[in-house]
Design a protein around this ligand. Structure first.
Ligand SMILES: NC(=O)c1ccc[n+]([C@@H]2O[C@H](COP(=O)([O-])OP(=O)(O)OC[C@H]3O[C@@H](n4cnc5c(N)ncnc54)[C@H](O)[C@@H]3O)[C@@H](O)[C@H]2O)c1
Length: 254
């Protein structure tokens, strides 16, 4: 896919730290991008969807921070190259949040090869490709955050997704050791978060999940963003190779 690069309006702030957030056109990624922008970061929002350019502009208008929208597929070489071009142009690259992800749910007997391959290509292949292309360009002390899922522990109708997100955890731990001490690498494992991805869940299943959350409500993208921002800050300077469950206490419940 040919990726295009666009710059949203906003002041250029060359002394400002730069963060890349993938899958940032909407949902959790947009929440993370907005939180980083409010904290003064220049955020590069990357997404397959051209809507990312409008999201980047809206965040720039709301926060006064500089943002850059990059239309790119994180699972393609061109996508990685477009994101690298953006951070090279902006400079002071300090954080990469691998958030882009997809679901292609089906029970095992009905799982198509396409659904199996697509989830792994994006959810696991995307972070692997981007980290390989971008990690060496992170400044010393930079951080990587991979967004996994509570479903990495297993979920009905999601063996492809569970596999990709569980793989991301092993990959996170291995990469943390490999990139230490220069770069810290951690993962967040969100539970049920209110986004378009979970809007697609049928009502009966949704109510069933909600009943099993100790904090008795869905999480918000901003609550994942708070943890991502912490993991990319000095406040977490001795934390690497870890997985943080942000799931309203549902860690050990099915
Ligand atoms: N919503 C939840 O409850 C929940 C729970 C656990 C984990 N997660 C994970 O959090 C992340 C964000 O989830 P969400 O709920 O915001 O999803 P979402 O579907 O609302 O948004 C995902 C974004 O990723 C983008 N995207 C998809 N494929 C891409 C690709 N190849 N390249 C670039 N961008 C791509 C989409 O265009 C979309 O904007 C995903 O990795 C998801 O697996 C979500």
């Amino acid at each position: 896919m040919l990726a295009s690069l666009r710059f949203a309006p906003g002041p250029r702030m060359s002394a400002v730290r730069t963060a890349v957030v993938t899958g940032a056109a909407r949902g959790i990624g947009a929440g993370i991008a907005a939180k980083f922008a409010r904290s003064g970061w220049h955020v590069v929002l990357a997404d397959l969807s051209p809507e990312v350019v409008e999201t980047a502009s809206a965040i720039a208008a709301e926060t006064g921070a500089a943002t850059t929208g990059v239309v790119s597929d994180v699972s393609s070489p061109d996508g990685a190259a477009a994101i690298l071009a953006a951070v090279t142009e902006i400079g002071d690259f300090r954080a990469l949040v691998n958030n882009a992800g997809i679901t292609r749910d089906a029970m095992i007997k009905k799982m198509t090869p396409e659904a199996f391959t697509a989830t792994n290509r994006v959810n696991l292949g995307g972070p692997i490709r981007l980290n390989a292309a971008l990690a060496e360009h992170l400044a010393d002390g930079g951080t990587i955050v991979n967004i996994s899922s509570k479903s990495s522990q297993g979920n009905v109708g999601q063996f492809n997704y569970a596999l990709s997100k569980a793989g991301l955890l092993g990959y996170t731990r291995a990469l943390a050791i490999e990139l230490a001490p220069r770069i810290r690498v951690n993962a967040i494992s969100p539970g049920f978060i209110a986004t378009e991805m979970t809007d697609a869940i049928p009502d009966e299943l949704r109510n069933n999940i909600l009943a099993r959350i100790p904090l008795a409500r869905p999480g918000q993208p901003s609550e994942i963003a708070d943890v991502a921002l912490w993991l990319c800050s000095e406040a977490s300077s001795y934390v690497t190779g870890q997985v943080l469950g942000v799931c309203g206490g549902r860690t050990y419940a099915p």
